[in-house]
Design a protein around this ligand. Structure first.
Ligand SMILES: [Zn+2]
Length: 72
């Protein structure tokens, strides 16, 4: 029989150094690169910055959304 009496004390969480990444949020590439994505029978514009346009029935409209997004 092994004695299981050895209790290990967990250190308090405050004393643990948290590994902190240099950049918490991944930076999107400079500028906005848009493309269109199909979702079912709809098409929507997406951008590398995370933006995406409303679902459109036609890819042309989605492209127009993307153009409007990239133009200030
Ligand atoms: Zn964008």
């Amino acid at each position: 029989m092994e004695p299981h009496t050895e209790a290990r004390l967990a250190p308090p969480l405050d004393s643990l150094p948290l590994p902190r990444p240099p950049h918490a949020q991944p930076e999107p590439p400079a500028g906005h690169t848009t493309s269109t994505a199909d979702r079912g029978s709809f098409c929507l514009a997406v951008c590398t910055c995370g933006w995406n346009g409303p679902a459109r029935r036609s890819r042309d409209l989605a492209r127009r959304d993307a153009a409007r997004h990239t133009q200030p």
